[in-house]
Design a binder for this molecule. Structure first.
Ligand code: ATP
Ligand code: MG
Length: 411
């Protein structure tokens, strides 16, 4: 019979990988909670229209990468990212009535139909934060701080923070026009994707990874436009204040004028954090401000900013974590007594197992030394005296204790 295999671009997260995943998840809860963020879990699938409107129909995500299917004549899509879903929930649950800022964090699987490669899967996981209700750059600084402190809590360093300001829809319009003007003579030499970006979303041209396009954009007259300070005074002040806050907070950053990010909805601040220890897929975090999205999706006008991190990429950077051993393994040949003692320990918060196969004593001890910290021997002698022999499997030290004292000894 043919064996059914895991789908291309998807992976099992196996028990041996779990200590790192639990570590990432626990640290997320711990760090983001300290900033006043609450966890939110939204459905894995949503109406396709949410992503078309919420991510933007000129993006790669919406154009090429969505898992879309029909059910009862409805078009549904597996979420490719979680900002759109969180914004939908924010609106639907009237969260604009809560006192601002409303800080939410999430973790979970995302789905994008991409070419699988190192650091790029079709089902992958993100952990992210969204902060609603604050337009001042203090929120931008705090969100970047949440990201860098989470990465620090994971023990990751050798990271680079890059920031840029995309301006507001008004000042961006002038920039787009200028950019199109200087690129026009090279239009026919652009890759097909860039030709369509040229019409629909010229800012995204700067995001192109095709070497021939990059060469064109490196030309001096085009660089002059890209590197120019096109943003209006208000946007410039916002960006300068953000930089001041980052300096005060001691967050090192650099400005990358090519940083435009893949989603349509960003305005003003965008940022990315990359690792110097990953290959070509080296971005671990991407984020930005999206002041018009809540309104565009039908909610009250609410400024917002957030980020998402790729958990597989984080996992590959975290040094291995030991699997936690069971505390007690009960060894004996009276099954009923072994079960009773094991359950007693579990009821009192101690991880415990006993031998389910009733093997010989030596075999049970072998199993215990592989999986547990202590062997609790419950032989005939012990049962007769209402005692347990506790053997420390690391040091081989052994003591006999009365059953009623076992919790005290193990704790
Ligand atoms: P890229 O330009 O690499 O495609 P993106 O702009 O599509 O990135 P975001 O949508 O900002 O990425 O997602 C945030 C983070 O999620 C990324 O920085 C990355 O760590 C992770 N990520 C995105 N797509 C994938 C994927 N297909 N597989 C694994 N991780 C991913
Ligand atoms: Mg992508």
């Amino acid at each position: 019979m043919t064996i059914i295999k895991v789908q291309k671009g998807t992976k099992d997260i196996l028990p041996a990988d779990m200590p790192i995943w639990h570590f990432m998840e626990e640290k997320a809860k711990e760090v983001f909670t300290k900033y006043g963020a609450k966890e939110i879990r939204t459905p894995i699938f949503e109406a396709t229209e949410l992503f078309a409107r919420g991510v933007g129909d000129t993006t790669d995500i919406v154009n090429k990468e969505m898992y879309t299917f029909e059910k009862s004549e409805r078009s549904l899509t597996l979420r490719p990212e979680n900002t759109a879903g969180v914004v939908r929930s924010f609106i639907e649950n009237g969260m604009h009535r809560l006192s601002a800022p409303v800080k939410l964090w999430y973790k979970g699987p995302m789905f994008r139909y991409e070419r699988p490669q190192a650091g790029r899967q079709r089902q992958f996981h993100q952990v992210g934060v969204e902060v609603f209700g604050i337009s001042q750059p203090t929120a931008d600084a705090e969100v970047i701080l949440m990201a860098t402190n989470y990465l620090k809590a994971l023990g990751l360093n050798d990271l680079s923070v890059e920031i840029n300001s995309l301006g507001c829809p008004k000042c961006r319009e002038t920039f787009k026009t200028k950019l199109k003007e200087v690129i026009k003579p090279y239009y026919s030499e652009l890759c097909p994707d860039c030709q369509s970006r040229y019409e629909k979303n010229p800012l995204r041209l700067l995001d192109c990874k095709v070497p021939e396009c990059k060469e064109i954009f490196a030309k001096s007259e085009i660089q002059e436009v890209i590197q120019s300070d096109f943003i209006c005074e208000d946007c410039a002040n916002h960006f300068n204040e953000l930089k001041d806050y980052l300096n005060i907070l001691g967050i090192k950053y650099s400005i990358n004028k090519l940083l435009v990010r893949g989603l349509d909805y960003y305005n003003r601040t965008v940022f990315e954090i990359t690792s110097n220890n990953l290959g070509s897929q080296n971005a671990v975090c991407g984020g930005g401000r999206y002041d018009s999205l809540v309104k565009n999706l039908g909610g009250e006008d609410t400024p917002a900013i957030g980020f998402a991190m790729g958990m597989e990429r984080l996992a590959s950077l975290i040094s291995s974590k030991e699997d936690i051993k069971t505390t007690a393994f009960i060894i004996g040949n009276n099954m009923a007594e072994s079960i009773k003692l094991t359950e007693y320990l579990r009821d009192n918060g101690i991880t415990a197992e006993f031998d389910l196969t009733n093997k010989k004593f030596v075999k049970q001890l072998e199993k215990a030394s592989k999986t547990a910290k202590y062997a609790l021997i419950l032989g005939e002698d012990e049962l007769a005296k209402n005692e347990v022999t506790v053997k420390n499997l690391e040091t081989s030290e052994q003591v006999s204790v009365k059953k009623e004292n076992i919790l005290a000894v193990l704790n």
